[in-house]
Design a binder for this molecule. Sequence first.
Ligand code: HMG
Ligand code: MG
Length: 304
Amino acid sequence: MSLPSQVKIIDVGPRDGLQNEKQPVPTDVKLRLISDLIEAGIRKLEATSFVSPKWVPQMGDNAEVMTGINENRHADVTYSVLTPNMRGFDNAIAYRPDEIVIFGSASEAFSQKNINCSIDESIERFAPVAESAKTHGIKVRGVISCTVGCPYEGDIHPDKVGYVTKKLVDIGAEHIGIADTIGVGTPIKVQKALESAFPYIDIGEISGHFHDTYGQALANTLRAVQMGVSQFDTSVAGLGGCPYAKGATGNVATEDVVYMLHGMGIDTGIDLDKLVDAGVRISEFLQRDNGSRVAKAILSKRNR
Ligand code: HMG
Ligand code: MG
């Protein structure tokens, strides 16, 4: 078994983590979370989404978040934003995102619910976005939702993941995220979803994005790491969920993934104690139970 010596963590808490919060989260709280994550060593994060504020009101302050970031921008941090269409891209571009994310689905029904179009229509919408991003020198990442299961269609065949991966790569996606949106995956199912992307993109440009609804995300992450995947989307304190995937909980907690990787001798560049502090601050603001088991363990040790 050959394990990667380093793993890149993309904290998606400010976007995936907060998009589902019912209570308004002030922009300065989001900016504080982002700066806490950077202070803890996170070097890539999803800052916000340029989606319709009618669909996802919580991301309606995308311009303010990006303006705040630009007032104190770190040259060594990659700031990614979600752009589902040209409207989103045109709105985002003035704020100089380092990377844009086009997000499709391996499930037709989820594609309709989440972005109001079929899979093939979504690719048509993404194509000019990817092309414009390239013209501006912005990296294009594709993420595929529902790669193992869908809240509307049930089990998803791995071939669908291969199909969408090829389409996204063909229009210019340089990286593909394999998402278990509703956290139903188990290690072998996730392995099959990942493997179906392999013919179309180098494993170094594949990431895992595992929600933890059924408590399987850490096991799925471990399986992916053992397969040689070296990038993961995670969310501090396990924040989050998708507004169009009812009942799905947040991504695997960044703290839990970092603890596991460090315990395996894999470097992440992240200071776990500072990361715990970041998770505590945002959980306290949201008056939400901290979703990280590792954070809870570290906090109880600190308080002893
Ligand atoms: P639509 O209604 O089909 O779009 O929505 P439309 O082009 O017909 O436009 C309708 C209205 O929205 C118009 O405004 C547009 O101007 C406006 P109106 O004339 O009614 O006033 N509009 C926009 N406004 C701001 N920004 C935009 C934009 N586009 C249109 N970019 C659309 C299509 C994609 C916009 C909509 O379905 C949408 O915003 N969906 C939200 C999707 C979303 O953010 N989901 C959560 C993130 S994805 C996720 O969490 C999964 C992931 O984590 C991986 C995983 O776990 O699976 C990534
Ligand atoms: Mg997600």
